[in-house]
Design a protein around this ligand. Structure first.
Ligand code: FES
Length: 139
């Protein structure tokens, strides 16, 4: 009788461990598959205007991908998706040329995101910008 209850107790313990492992595994898989949370920001990204160098670019995480904002020579700001429309590589800002180069297949975009040359089939996606009290909000 004592052996039977010991066996039952061990069985319950092993079953509990198995269940905990299954729950932890399922949580890991679901966390990986779930979209990234923007934690109440509505997918917007904000940063000080001073972080965008003159004639330069600032890259940032945007809705699970990469965005870029540039300050053109005339001080105009342009925010774009940094994802090349050809096969999805991240474009680079070439400050000396004031345009974007995709390192994968040589696609080139102007500072407004329009295709200059190479295989990209369409412009970089434009992102909305608002500026309030020196804070730039993209999205
Ligand atoms: S992925 Fe950019 S040019 Fe091919």
């Amino acid at each position: 009788m004592q052996n039977a209850s010991r066996r039952k107790f061990l069985g319950l313990c092993l079953g509990g461990l198995g269940m905990a492992g299954a729950v932890a595994g399922a949580y890991s898989v679901l966390s990986y598959l779930a979209p990234l949370s923007d934690e109440g920001t509505g997918g917007k990204v904000s940063f000080p205007l001073t972080e965008i160098p003159p004639n330069g670019a600032k890259f940032f995480d945007f809705r699970g991908t990469t965005g870029v904002i540039i300050r053109k020579q005339n001080s105009e700001l342009v925010a774009l998706s940094a994802i090349c429309t050809h096969l999805g590589c991240i474009v680079q800002w070439e400050q000396d040329k004031q345009d974007f180069l995709c390192p994968c297949h040589g696609g080139r975009y102007n500072s407004d995101g329009s295709v200059i040359s190479g295989p990209p089939p369409k412009p970089l996606e434009k992102l909305a910008i608002t500026i309030t009290n020196g804070i730039v909000t993209v999205g």
